[in-house]
Design a protein around this ligand. Structure first.
Ligand code: FE2
Ligand code: FE2
Length: 472
């Protein structure tokens, strides 16, 4: 549209063009109907991504699912808020907007292996959602529907990152043979979208007979953690990082290796937290957003550990990155008990010997990255304490009872620790000298004999067993 702007200034507050503001676009009802479908899609995507964090063995996928699930949970909140602004109470956001879409997402949730899951998510569901948002931005009136336009633009920014991850990851893990084997299933997914009038329901619905395949039986969440081949001897508790960190005789530079170890070992926290989310249905959307944010933070802490090792030229696979904590909590405790343990442990990290001390070790070591990571790790921990208060303590109803319950649940798990250790699952090999030597080689310094000789197992510091893998 030709339009002379006043003194050549940008019109319409610079938010959109006159063309975007002048077209009639979507009325409120079809607009809300589409927004509800995006909301449903993000909610299901969050559910699916979260559900596969624990049992996905590949570390890069486990951490990416943690991020992508969190981002989806954020967009669920934005869309809920927006729908609430559009004359919509009651919002009706818990209703399934399309039975065909329900089958579509149920099928991906029930994907029988990583290949199906990756293709279903990154080549079907996420592109369909992104296309729907692009279409909305194309069709809606940008001035009248400005709040939707704003949040959909943000959503598309993050979807672009997620899709880029998928584009690089999927071909590495899904070969032609796997694709051929899932061809019928992919047709079923396409048929679901066609029958639903595509993800937004704006296209003409095509009648299809949809026969459930992998979702024919109800989906069952798998709480047992899995790891890829870089993680070995995962019951090993042969090196007590906490005792080393608090030993004034040990040099700060070597302590940063234990800090990075404590961080990368945190990969067990997303594995455990995903199980709480997956097995705690019916909570408000804010619960899933906040707990997923914490879950992603914990995955990020593990990634900080990885970066610390890589920057220092250390092969982190020398360390034994245990899964005792996630494995046992997921298989021995109820979801609320797991949350109780998490809260109890995180409360313990707030004291003088906790997160502040770790940052001080980082500063003292002269490794600026260790100091920076610990500084942010500490800040994240303060947020996690709030998440715990908002959702766990409020569920228990009383702060003192909430702590006592966490203590009781954790003590129960620790109480039969000996039994687990005696099952012959590990020989508790002392991996520390090899890791320290590896670092010294990279630093170009001779190993310090007293650091090399350090050996303090968890068993050796009983009854201090509460130090068992508590890096949340
Ligand atoms: Fe953490
Ligand atoms: Fe935390």
């Amino acid at each position: 549209m030709k339009h002379q702007t006043y003194r050549n200034l940008p019109p319409l507050a610079g938010f959109c063009t006159f063309d975007q503001a002048a077209r009639p676009g979507l009325m409120i009802e079809p607009c809300v109907s589409r927004l509800k479908r995006y909301h449903y899609a993000f909610k299901r995507l969050h559910e699916i991504l979260n559900a596969h964090i624990t049992a996905e063995p590949i570390y890069e996928l486990k951490t990416a699912f943690s991020l992508h699930a969190y981002l989806c949970a954020e967009h669920v909140i934005s869309l809920r808020t927006r729908v609430g602004e559009m004359r919509e109470p009651p919002l009706g956001l818990d209703a399934v907007p399309s039975a065909d879409l329900q089958i579509f997402f149920d099928e991906i949730l029930a994907a029988p292996d990583t290949a199906h899951l990756l293709v279903g998510l990154y080549e079907k569901a996420l592109p369909a959602l992104d296309a729907a948002l692009a279409c909305h931005l194309e069709e809606t009136n940008h001035l009248a529907d400005a709040p939707s336009v704003r949040l959909l633009r943000f959503a598309r920014l993050e979807l672009a990152d997620i899709l880029a991850f998928g584009k690089q990851a999927v071909p590495q893990l899904v070969d032609a043979q796997a694709r051929t084997a899932m061809a019928d299933w992919l047709t079923l997914l396409d048929d679901c979208l066609a029958a639903a009038g595509q993800l937004d329901g704006a296209a003409l619905a095509v009648a299809k007979t949809l026969t459930r395949c992998h979702s024919a039986k109800p989906y069952v969440y798998d709480p047992q953690p899995q790891r890829d081949e870089r993680f070995t001897d995962q019951w090993n508790q042969g090196v007590n990082a906490e005792v080393f960190l608090h030993d004034p005789e040990m040099p700060a530079r070597a302590k940063t290796l234990m800090l990075y170890y404590r961080r990368i070992r945190e990969i067990d926290v997303p594995e455990m937290m995903a199980s709480i989310i997956a097995q705690t249905p019916g909570k408000p959307a804010g619960y899933y957003r906040d707990v997923s944010r914490q879950l992603w933070d914990e995955a990020r802490h593990a990634l900080m550990g990885e970066v610390g090792f890589v920057v220092n030229g250390v092969d982190w696979t020398i360390a034994r990155i245990t899964w005792n904590w996630s494995y046992r909590l997921n298989t021995e405790c109820k979801p609320l008990e797991r949350h109780a343990v998490l809260y109890f442990i995180e409360q313990g990290l707030m004291g003088k010997t906790g997160k502040r001390y770790e940052m001080e070790v980082g500063i003292e070591s002269g490794d600026p990255l260790a100091a920076l990571f610990q500084d942010y790790d500490w800040a994240d921990e303060v947020l996690h304490a709030r998440v715990g208060r908002d959702w766990y303590v409020s569920a228990i109803g009383d702060p003192a009872k909430a702590i006592a319950y966490g203590d009781e649940c954790w003590s129960r798990v620790l109480g039969n620790w000996r039994k687990v250790l005696d099952q012959g699952l590990t020989r508790h090999e002392n991996w520390w000298p090899a890791l320290y030597r590896n670092a010294c080689q990279s630093w170009g310094v001779a190993p310090d004999p007293k650091v090399l000789a350090y050996h303090q197992t968890y068993e050796g510091c009983r009854p201090d067993l509460k130090h068992v893998s508590t890096s949340a």
